[in-house]
Design a protein around this ligand. Sequence first.
Ligand code: FPP
Length: 245
Amino acid sequence: MTSAQNIPQHVAIIMDGNGRWATARGLSRTEGHRKGAEAARHVVTSAGELGIPYLTLFAFSSENWNRPADEVSDLMSLLRYYLKKETAELHKNGARIRVIGDRAALPLDIVKLIENAESLTRDNAKITVVLALNYGGRQDIVFAAKELARQVKAGETDIARIDENSFSRHMMTGDIPDPDLMIRTSGESRISNFLLWQMAYAELYFTDTLWPDFSKKDLERAVAFFAGRERRYGGISAQSHGVQG
Ligand code: FPP
């Protein structure tokens, strides 16, 4: 049993394995994404029930544009469908919706749906659901560096005042705590350009479960794994004095 103090504050998930789930059933990859989107919807509910205040879902990476055009278009249609269908329900349940990533390359109607979802839900406090869309971790760092460079050039800040805190504030997650637990499904153990800066101290949890099969039980297992870790941030263990953390 995990106590409230062992509940991660921010869980970030790489939802992987939709294609393999579908192929194993003789279905199209799009069917896999459809089922994956349902799993995402359920995991938001489960995270709320477990008292996880921040949940980030990697829904579309900046590398996903390299997929066949019809698969990209199907993913965009799914996104459009869910933004239309779920925003009101999420709002009713106290969820704040945030989107990170470079939205300039997304279809304009989707950008409008995102803006609407963000502004409608901005004051909600039960759970913050962050969707990473056209997101890349290196791109996030480059954007922050560019903005700080611009501020220095404009005389708005000084190089000497740039530190880890100011850098963090300029990341796309500026007002969101760093993830303390990262989950990746489908047996892959890579970070794949997800929240590179933000995951410096995250516990990493990898499971063979394919994303469409990921259930509340799986989320509870990951949270139990997190609760069993001792977090030292480079310090020393409470039990083993003198051992380098
Ligand atoms: C990985 O499966 C999943 C993605 C490409 C993105 C996650 C998408 C969803 C959960 C569907 C909902 C998405 C939106 C945009 C609403 P994969 O295709 O890489 O699986 P594979 O590695 O088995 O081929």
